[in-house]
Ligand binder design. Structure first.
Ligand SMILES: [Zn+2]
Length: 244
């Protein structure tokens, strides 16, 4: 059985703000419930992660950036939710950042389990707009760069490829990878939408809006195998994103 990493603590329901944002803060629970409802998993089958530690966060993130997250004005900009400005710092940490630290720990655990079992899934994370020293587009922690950096430092993986099929460019992941010659990103994203300016990437695949599903899959089938051949990664992290 493919390991699925999930914690009920991924979900955030802070003061109704999850309803103010197009990003659904309870979707993780919904995905878990759907898997159980379809008989694909029993409620106790998922592997529960520990939250990412501060020491691990510092392997990718600048200390100044992590400190700036205590400021409601900084965080309301990243989360695109002005009401966050009026929340006390403790509430932001407990109700918003802690769930994201669990999801980031989940990305690391899923990568470890993938190396062990061949494949694993994290039902959260994919915060691909977060870079070392900035967040954006609702992404605070660079979960995938953090996970692969930790495994790379441990000598568990050499080359890593991120396949990012979210509709938006994974600019944060790409920015972190600029300094790492062992990590690459294949990124299929919609040409005319956030984020701007574009981050340069190893394998950018900008596409037009309004693609049919069959065209979308054709583009991936035509371009991804050659990238896999060229990179020959020890680990592939597929970021499904929120949009497909
Ligand atoms: Zn997106």
């Amino acid at each position: 059985m493919v390991p699925i990493v999930y914690s009920p603590l991924y979900n955030f329901t802070a003061f109704g703000l999850e309803r103010l944002h197009p990003f659904d803060g309870r979707k993780y629970r919904r995905i878990h419930e759907a898997l159980v409802a379809r008989g694909l998993r029993r409620p106790g089958d998922c592997v529960r992660p520990r939250p990412i530690t501060r020491a691990d966060l510092l392997k990718v993130h600048a200390e100044d950036y992590l400190r700036s997250l205590r400021r409601p004005d900084v965080l309301s900009g990243i989360l695109e939710v002005p009401v966050v400005r009026r929340l006390p710092a403790w509430a932001i940490d407990w109700r918003i950042l802690r769930p994201m630290r669990y999801a980031t720990g989940g990305a690391l655990l899923a990568c470890r389990l993938a190396l062990e079992h061949g494949i694993a899934v994290n039902l959260g994370g994919g915060f691909h707009h977060a870079a070392s020293d900035r967040g954006g587009g609702f992404c605070v922690y660079a979960d995938v760069p953090l996970a692969v950096k930790i495994l790379h430092d441990e000598g568990k993986v050499g080359r890593v490829l991120v396949v990012d099929l979210d509709a938006h460019q994974g600019d944060g992941t790409a920015a972190v990878f600029q300094g790492w010659d062992w990590a690459s990103i294949y990124d299929l994203y919609e040409r005319d939408i956030f984020p701007f300016p574009r981050q340069s990437e190893d394998y950018p695949v900008p596409v037009d809006a309004g693609l049919a599903g069959s065209e979308y899959l054709w583009i991936i089938r035509e371009s991804l195998p050659a990238v896999l051949d060229e990179v020959r990664p020890d680990l592939v992290v597929y970021n499904a994103g929120s949009d497909p």
